[in-house]
Structure formats: C-alpha cells, structure tokens
Write a protein that binds this ligand. Sequence first.
Ligand SMILES: NC(=O)c1ccc[n+]([C@@H]2O[C@H](COP(=O)([O-])OP(=O)(O)OC[C@H]3O[C@@H](n4cnc5c(N)ncnc54)[C@H](OP(=O)(O)O)[C@@H]3O)[C@@H](O)[C@H]2O)c1
Length: 327
Amino acid sequence: MLCLVAVALSFVGLATLIVKFAKADGDFTVTSRGPPKREEVEGKVVWITGASRGIGEILANQFAGLGAKVILSARNASELERVKSEIISKYPASSIEVLPLDLASGEESIKEVVKRAESLFSNAGVDFMVHNAAFERPKRKALDETEEGLRATMNINVLGTITLTSLLAPYMLERGRGHFVVMSSAAGKCPAPGQALYSASKHALNGYFHSLRSELYDKGIKVTVVCPGPIETSKSSNVSSSAEGGLKEKRVSSERCAELTIIAATHGLREAWISYQPVLFVMYLVQYMPTLGYWLMDRIGAKRLDAAANKKSAYSWNLLFGQKKSI
Ligand SMILES: NC(=O)c1ccc[n+]([C@@H]2O[C@H](COP(=O)([O-])OP(=O)(O)OC[C@H]3O[C@@H](n4cnc5c(N)ncnc54)[C@H](OP(=O)(O)O)[C@@H]3O)[C@@H](O)[C@H]2O)c1
C-alpha cells in the first residue's frame, strides 16, 4: 500500500514538473527566484547600452522603477532623450542621464565615454554595466554572409562590448565592486541556423564574460550572462503575429525578459535562460545532452532557413516535428 502511494506521488510530482517545464518562460533557477531585489539596485548607478529601444528601453524603465540611477546609452541621442522623458513622466523622482555611445567607434572614443559615465551623479561610479546593445542582421545562410557583415557584427557585439568592459573594470576594481550584466542569447548557447555570425558573437561574449568572472570574482566583480530566446519587441511583431501551420511563434514579452534579467542580476545568478518552448527545451538538450542536441539541430537547420526565407516562425515545434525542408 505504502509502495503504491509512493509511486502515485512520484507520478504526480513528475507530471507537475512536466507541466511546469512545458509552460516555463525561463530556466528553473531563474523562474524559481522571487521578485527583483530592490535593495540591490536602489540608489545604485546602472549603465545600459542599447537603451534607445527594445529590451534596453524596458530594462531602463524597470531599473528606474526600482530606484536605480540610470545612464542611457546608444547612438541615437534623440531616442535616448525620448526614453528619458518617458521614464521621468512615469517615475518623477528618478535620476536619468543620457550618454550617447557608438560601440564601433574605437578604444579612444569609448574611453572618453567611460570617463564621462564614471563622473555622472557626482562621480558616483558605475555599479551595474548592462551590456544590452547588439547588431543583428536579417537571417541568412552562413555562406552568404559578407566580410562587411562579419566586421559590423563583431565590432559592435564583441570588440566594442569587450573594450568597454576592459576600460570600465579598473574603476570597479578600485572600488572593490561592480556587476556586468550581459544580454547574450540562446544563440550564444546553441547553434542558430540563419544567424551564424550573430551566434558566433554571442558565443564569444559567453566565453569572455564567464572567464572574466572566474578571474575577478574574488575581487568583488560579478557577471550575469542572460540568454534570451525569441523576445517580443517592436521589430519582431510582424513575424510573431503570423500563424504558421496553425502554430504561432510564441515570444516572451520584453517586460518579462527585463524582469527576469533583473531577477537574475539581483539574485546573483551567473547565467539565466529566458524563453518559451521549444527553444528552452533545445537549450537544455544542447547543454546537458549535446550529442542529442546537435543531432536535433542538424535536422532543423535547413528547415529553419526555409522558414526564415518565407517569413514564417523560425522557433516553432513544426521545425522539429513537421514541415519538410525545401532546400
Ligand atoms: N529581441 C530578441 O528576440 C532577442 C533575443 C535574444 C537576445 N537578444 C539580445 O537582447 C539585446 C537587445 O535586443 P533588442 O531586440 O531589444 O535589440 P534592438 O531593438 O535591435 O536594439 C538594439 C539596441 O542597440 C543599440 N545599438 C546598435 N548598434 C549600436 C552601436 N554601434 N553602439 C551603441 N549602441 C548600438 C541600438 O541603438 P542605436 O541604433 O540608437 O545605436 C538599440 O538601442 C541584444 O543584445 C540582443 O542580441 C534579443
């Protein structure tokens, strides 16, 4: 009898876990944490790149809502001013500064911007550096990529981001504290057919920042690498609303992505994944059962290129279990 009860409970436990996984919008670690810890960011200086739109704009709003002093960076100064005034109208007591930055402008120019960031809010110094800016090209075959595309992707996503980090980290080390929050991607964990350069740039960031943390952790420097799958932003709305074979592309909202990012950072997580299925499933598979994960990706790759070329969902279960490739 006792045995039967134990078996029944195990089944219930397993079924609950499966349902939870099927509905998850992030990995089990980040989704099991509580809300963002306000005390970790209140009054702190948070510098966000790529804050002129998309996830960066929402991150800026949420950090400001938690009482952080926020520095907004991107190239488009007028969009940054718009984001600033919208945040101030929502949170009148917030402290927001606009600091234009081009990550492709080279070391000397980035050095000046870092000095300026350090001097803002009465020389408070940067507590959180949120590396959110990125360059992403429309999906295309790896062999169709050009050298110009390669340079643009690497200059912004990798060289600019790492240069900024190496110029800012000494200030943080002097203070004995600092936290890099890196907006990577599921494409930084798994193969991303149609996005080979982007995927290469995000893998590079993952490698650099996990290495940096292991070198500087005992000197007070923290790193949180965030790997989102498909996220709903204004640039994705065209694709996400189009049904494909009865299946819609399901994207996590920018608001939830920003919330989980701040949860991951304020709870001190080293890495967090944000996505609905099936991308989350593929991430687990590639991480924990790589032979199976890469085998599966090899079966999806050409179908995904096909779907992207036809403006269909590049993230649906259909790619795994349906739809024949045409190339
Ligand atoms: N959206 C998704 O589905 C998704 C999924 C996984 C990961 N991510 C990652 O999440 C982050 C934000 O994504 P998003 O979709 O919100 O991006 P987005 O809408 O394309 O915005 C990119 C931001 O980066 C800035 N930027 C571009 N080039 C720059 C440069 N040379 N120097 C400085 N800033 C530059 C842009 O501003 P300016 O043009 O004004 O410079 C903009 O604010 C990125 O790192 C992306 O890779 C996004």
